[in-house]
Design a protein around this ligand. Structure first.
Ligand code: AKG
Length: 210
């Protein structure tokens, strides 16, 4: 693994390639990271298929503002994921999404839902949050396709921050107690970056099914 200190002593950039790295976080959080989980040609194919096949929409977030990105929602029949007061009802899995899901399940987890986020440019982003809804399983598999963006995590109490580069084919798996003790974000960037699509595979408890 290659760790490089950035501007603050609390920020680390992780850029490891080709192997699944296990990072033990404070208070029982676990983060698995492989910068190049998918070969480029396969990541290219998945990027085009997911961009062209999925039903993208822009939805309101908290305070009624539109979320600064597009989203799409797929999963097993009847699964709904509610966050920021908005219900996201899963559309039926596409063949591409099922193929990606099985690749990630071969590493860790078992998933019945996928939330997709599409960042059209550097102005699109995801603010600090944790996926800590009671119905959410603790293992979340997150695959990135397209432009490289920063994926940052921050400890809730001591504010320790780590930065991971999420590029074309990067897999990050969040596990352990990470959602209880850490938040994560994808910040805006002023750099000229292309589109990025992120897929987070999750297990939503059956009480949240319609
Ligand atoms: O785009 C990403 O890498 C993060 C997505 C995310 O935080 C989420 O779906 O909860």
């Amino acid at each position: 693994m290659f760790d490089r200190s950035l501007h603050s002593s609390y920020t680390i950039i992780h850029e490891s390639r080709g192997t699944m790295n296990r990072i033990e976080l404070r208070d029982g959080g676990i983060l698995l990271y492989d910068a190049s989980f998918l070969p480029t040609e396969l990541a290219d194919r998945y990027f085009s298929a997911v961009r062209d096949e999925c039903a993208w929409e822009q939805k309101p977030g908290i305070f009624g503002h539109m979320q600064p990105r597009l989203i799409a929602s797929y999963g097993d029949p009847g699964v709904t994921y509610r966050y920021s007061g908005i219900d996201n009802v899963a559309l039926p899995w596409t063949t591409t999404l099922l193929e990606i899901k099985s690749k990630i399940e071969a590493i860790q987890g078992s998933y019945n839902y996928c939330l997709l986020n599409r960042y059209r440019s550097g102005s699109d982003s995801m603010g600090w949050h944790a996926d800590d809804e009671p119905e959410m399983g603790n293992i979340i598999g997150s695959l990135s396709l397209g432009a490289t963006r920063k994926f940052r995590i921050r400890h809730n109490v001591n504010r320790e921050t780590q930065t991971f580069l999420a590029g074309h084919g990067t897999l990050i798996i969040m596990a352990g107690t990470m959602q209880q003790h850490w938040q994560h974000e994808v910040p805006k960037t002023k750099q000229l970056v292309g589109e990025r699509i992120n897929l987070t595979f999750r297990e939503i408890a059956s009480s949240n099914r319609c």
